[in-house]
Design a protein around this ligand. Sequence first.
Ligand code: TYD
Length: 197
Amino acid sequence: MVLEGGEGTGKTTQADRLAKRLSETGRRVRVVREPGGDPFAEAGRELLLGPIPRTPEAEVLAFNAMRAQLLVAVVRPLLAGGTWVIADRGRLSTLAYQGHGRGVDLEWARSVCDVTVSLCPPDLEVVLAVDPAVSAARRSARGVTDRFEAADDHFHQRVNEGFATEAARAGVAIVDGTDAPSTVTERLWHTLTPRLG
Ligand code: TYD
């Protein structure tokens, strides 16, 4: 399962809560994050979230290179061994941030992401969305920790609209993340139940 959404939507909290709930049902679960997940991809994360200027096209390819590393080196073996994997971000983040946020040609970005994700396609993607005022407040409470969080409100607005557009286009469910964490976990659990067998 891939959890997607802009900054301050509560993805990371929800990934951990879902993992706990799944493991309480006796399943082995791992949460992974993008970019990152193994030594090579964590080194790429430093570069990607750092300040060195780059073109948005190079950013698409670099996020996808780190995605390929995570999918092939970490996620595939976990799934093959029967572990459930919850990924904090995936291809829709590239389309929302680099495509809608930074203006990369969307057809091109989608084709790059499609090639990467074909290495290990997700069984389920969900976008967490919150009211723009709520995500702005959560972002400012958290402070700036990387180059994307430092971007202005217009950028984050384009990103959030991008998630909505790409989710609709790809038939991905959007879950409202504005309420209390336990309520949001319940909603996400509901999207998972058909897969629990
Ligand atoms: P992270 O600290 O994981 O952010 P969050 O806690 O909000 O998930 O940092 C990941 C950052 O990288 C985030 O700002 C979004 C950005 N990003 C992209 O721009 N494109 C991508 O393809 C991915 C996976 C992340």
